[in-house]
Design a protein around this ligand. Structure first.
Ligand code: HEM
Length: 378
């Protein structure tokens, strides 16, 4: 009797697993077909600004300032995002000496030219948490003494060219409207549910949830051992591009990073300090651009879609050298905190494009101004 029961249960489970596998495969097949249809070119090479974007942006600024105040906790007022720095380091950005004519744009006009720069490495969270927490890791580069009239000047009125990236390849929302509703839901304590705004399955953003989960990744061995992406698109003279910064181990002396104690709160700063200040070994990167091919699905208004590298490969336009140096002093850390990076600190040739970048223009400026004002008053 018992034996027959087990056999029956075994058959039932077997059928259940087979049915689930078939359903899974069917779902995967249908999903792939749907995305192949939805994500097919051609796409526009121009920006398309939806109605109501400016109004949504204003209310996002108010939310952002509220977050800054929430995380203050009797300290200086920190950034609303990427609050924790692993260090600001000096770097040299050299334009590739054999750059094709069509890529000689803006600050990359003169092959071989070297720009002095600041680079700030960060964790993505608004709260300066332990480095072992899953998070995005940021890299922001500021080229100094850039001639020409930028779209927006830095706080001191200086002319700079900034590149602001983090180490995932896609953004977890499509546009300003989705950013607003997702941010509001997150502020209400909803995490996963922020991607399911209603009972209507058409509003579910499963793909964006997966991107968000992927963005919150374990820390790399060191801030100089991961690839950072612009994620959002930019102009590059006549081209529309995305850019990225990738470690270039071949250009620097070989370096085997020491394993860090991941229980220490700031082990990413420790790794940077170990390499640059104790072992005195430089770190090297390449700055690369990926041109939009509008015949394929490489949209401007949706940074949740990665542009396919097999269709449009990245091309190196400059090398970045972070020389051995001492960077971890109270003065330099304070200076670093006071810097403002903004994708709109840019020459017109490198103008940020797309909804998320339009949103960033107003938000970065407002949050930076707010925190500088509050810190000056302390
Ligand atoms: C493509 C998408 C994005 C990337 C790659 C990105 C990356 C970064 C990075 C690396 C920083 C730190 C810069 C530094 O070291 O000072 C930063 C700061 C910041 N981000 Fe983003 N971000 C993105 C989108 C957004 C969006 C959509 C918002 C909000 C609307 C936002 C709000 C901010 C704010 C307020 C700061 C601090 C600005 C300051 O106080 O100086 N970011 N972001």
């Amino acid at each position: 009797m018992l034996k027959r029961f087990w056999l029956w249960l075994g058959r039932l489970l077997g059928r259940l697993i087979a049915t689930l596998a078939v359903l899974g495969l069917l779902g995967w097949g249908l999903g792939s077909l749907y995305y192949a249809w939805k994500f097919s070119g051609p796409v526009s090479t121009e920006e398309q600004i939806p109605a109501g974007e400016a109004e949504l942006t204003r209310s996002i600024i108010e939310d952002a300032v509220r977050v800054v105040e929430q995380h203050r906790d009797n300290t200086r007022v920190l950034r609303d995002a990427h609050a924790k720095a692993h260090g600001c380091v000096r770097a040299e950005v050299s334009v590739a000496s054999e750059l094709p004519q069509t890529l000689r744009q803006g600050v990359f006009q003169e092959p071989g030219k070297t720009w002095q720069a600041w680079v700030r490495f960060s964790n993505g969270n608004a709260y300066p948490q332990f480095d072992r927490a899953r998070d995005a890791r940021g890299m922001a580069i500021k080229l100094l003494d850039v001639p020409g009239q930028p779209l927006m000047t830095g706080p001191g009125g200086q002319s700079q060219q900034d590149f602001v990236m983090f180490n995932n390849t896609a953004f977890f929302v499509r546009d300003v409207a989705e950013y607003k509703s997702n941010f509001a839901a997150q502020a209400d304590g909803k995490k996963v549910l922020a991607f399911f705004p209603s009972w209507d399955p058409r509003t579910w953003e499963v793909r964006h949830l997966l991107i968000a989960l992927q963005t919150l990744s374990p820390a790399p061995e060191s801030p100089v051992q991961t690839t950072y992406n612009s994620i959002a698109p930019f102009k590059f003279g006549p081209h529309n591009i995305k850019y990225r910064v990738i470690p270039a181990t071949g250009s620097c002396p070989g370096y085997q990073a020491q394993e860090q104690n991941r229980d220490l709160p700031n082990f990413l700063r420790n790794a940077l300090y170990q390499q640059l200040s104790l072992d005195r070994v430089p770190a090297c990167f390449e700055l690369q651009v990926q041109r939009q091919n509008p015949e394929h699905y490489m949209p401007i208004e949706d940074p949740s879609v990665e542009w396919d590298e097999s269709i449009s490969p990245f091309e190196t336009v400059a090398s970045i050298k972070v020389a051995a140096q001492d960077f971890d002093s109270t003065e330099q850390n304070r200076f670093c905190d006071d810097l403002s990076f903004n994708p709109w600190h840019a020459l017109p040739e490198h103008r940020p494009i797309g909804g998320i970048n339009r949103l960033r223009k107003a938000v970065y400026e407002a949050v930076s101004a707010y925190r500088h004002e509050r810190n000056a008053a302390r």
